[in-house]
Design a protein around this ligand. Structure first.
Ligand code: RP5
Length: 165
């Protein structure tokens, strides 16, 4: 059963949002990826947000750019946690997306991540951790650590590629 919904305002957001999907893929978390635009396909958004919990989804990751109302609108219509990814815009380098997503009025929370690829990657990881937190009893500890290991890998202490000192 699909656990995470990755939605985005446009096909052009996929270059960013694929990084969330890749984390979910790597960790074997069943997910779906769809274009759902708050202003171009409002009916699709209403259907998606209102049906998500009933379909068994546990987290929604929503990415959008510019006047990025997709995450907030989604959060207003579901009891699921919504993670917002500000997509880097051409006009304002994603500051518009970031502020649109992060400045939710109190009462309708959206967990806002960083602009662009890092935000999408972390949304994937955080989505997994949210799911893991509700099922910690049945998740082996190794599984809980795996997302971090996957993201950080080895960190060489040398500034010189291949160097040791
Ligand atoms: C937003 O407008 C989308 O989330 C996208 O980031 C931005 C540009 O969309 P396109 O013009 O590329 O379809 O709705």
């Amino acid at each position: 059963m699909v656990k995470v919904g990755v939605i985005m305002g446009s096909r052009s957001d996929w270059e960013t949002m694929r990084h969330a999907a890749e984390v979910l893929e790597a960790l074997d978390i069943p997910h779906e990826c769809k274009v759902v635009s708050a202003h171009r396909t409002p009916d699709r958004l209403v259907d998606y947000a209102k049906s998500a919990a009933g379909r068994g989804l546990q987290v929604i990751i929503a990415g959008a750019g510019g006047a990025a109302h997709l995450p907030g609108m989604t959060a207003s219509m579901t009891r699921l946690p919504v993670l917002g990814v500000p997509v880097q815009s051409a006009a304002l380098s994603g500051m518009d997306s970031l502020l649109s997503i992060v400045q939710m009025p109190g009462g309708i929370p959206v967990g806002t991540l960083a602009i662009g690829k890092a935000g999408a990657t972390n949304a994937g990881l955080l989505g997994v951790l949210l799911i893991a937190a509700s099922f910690w009893q049945v998740w082996p500890l190794v599984s809980l650590n795996r997302p971090r290991e996957l993201a950080t890998g080895e960190v060489p202490d040398s500034l010189v590629p291949g160097g040791t000192g």
